[in-house]
Design a protein around this ligand. Structure first.
Ligand code: C5P
Length: 301
């Protein structure tokens, strides 16, 4: 994650992510699930602006980027108060660091919500990163990551530098460096899925699959093999909760994708493509009336 300074304002781009593999290893005593997941950041970004402000308050505004209303989420429905994870992140850091200043935060959204793309988690990581700079706290990444894990299982991943295998609840990160430039078509339906509901309907795998074979295939550039190794153990429960997931699967099945599946706990769905041209071609051919958005994306960082 990196930030640009303009006067007293720090600007951070908060990327979305895709889960190329998401395995449910076990159900845990604390209600969470033990995971193994390969996540890659993609170039679909929210933008967060943050400046330090006197008076101890954390004030926030949040809007969709020009021209965007995401499916069922009208601009008025965006969380802007303490139900916004980015606001909670700044408040938690402020309390943990014991400082007096507050912050003014402006969030411009492009990542659809309840889509399994990690938008809220990425915004929270960006907020931690920007507040650390704006308040000149100089917390190391590891200290921010500890706080990030308290905010949400996916938040620490976004403090990292690219593709990573994440274990535990998702908060134990092993960076996988470059997996080469990957190209995707990402589609999201007009209705989202609630993460907790999808996890509540899932079952752990009898023989959990590791992400390492997929990482190896991507590192060797063996894209066809990688396509066959995609996996999302949450897709079946998501299909039982929303008719959109099966519709998306059928629509992507008709295209010559390298591989395709749902991302995270849904409801967005993606195809792994051979290159940028292939991704643009598939996006043009994807035929499913009622979709809220189709994006041609690539892996970033
Ligand atoms: O950690 P986060 O707040 O993003 O998780 C949202 C919900 O998703 C949790 O309350 C839990 O029900 C479910 N979850 C899970 N196992 C995980 C991550 C999330 O069961 N590893």
């Amino acid at each position: 994650m990196f930030a640009i300074r303009s006067g007293s304002t720090w600007e951070v781009r908060a990327p979305a992510k895709l889960n190329l593999l998401l395995e449910i290893v076990a159900r845990r005593e604390d209600g969470y699930h033990e995971l193994e997941t390969l996540m890659v950041p993609i170039n679909l970004y929210d933008t967060l602006y943050l400046q330090s402000a006197p008076g101890g308050q954390v004030e926030a505004t949040c809007r969709w980027a020009a021209g965007l209303t995401r499916g069922s989420a009208s601009p008025g429905q965006l969380p802007i108060g303490s139900d916004n994870l980015a606001v909670r992140a700044v408040e938690r850091l402020r309390a943990a660091a014991g400082i007096r200043d507050g912050a003014r935060l402006r969030l411009v959204k492009r990542i659809p919500m309840q889509a399994g793309l990690g938008g809220a988690s990425s915004d929270a990581a960006a907020a931690l990163w920007a507040a650390n700079l704006a308040w000149d706290l100089r917390w190391p990444r590891d200290a921010l990551a500890e706080l990030a894990a308290e905010l949400g299982s996916d938040v620490p991943f976004f403090l990292g530098d690219g593709a990573a295998v994440c274990r535990g609840r998702g908060e134990r990160i092993t960076s996988r460096g470059s997996l080469g430039q990957l190209h995707f078509v990402v589609a999201h339906p007009p209705v989202g899925l609630a993460t907790a509901a999808v996890y509540a309907a899932c079952r752990s795998a009898e023989k959990p699959r590791s992400a390492e074979a997929l990482v190896g295939a991507l590192q060797r550039g063996a894209l066809g093999k990688a396509g066959r190794l995609l996996l999302n153990r949450l897709q079946q429960p998501a299909e039982s909760l929303s008719p959109w997931i099966g519709r998306l699967r059928d629509a992507f099945d008709k295209l010559d994708c390298v591989g395709h599946q749902m991302s995270g706990s849904g409801s967005s769905y993606f195809a792994l493509c051979r290159n940028a041209r292939h991704a643009r071609r598939l996006a043009g051919r994807l035929c499913l009336p009622g979709l809220a958005g189709v994006h041609v994306c690539r892996s970033c960082r």
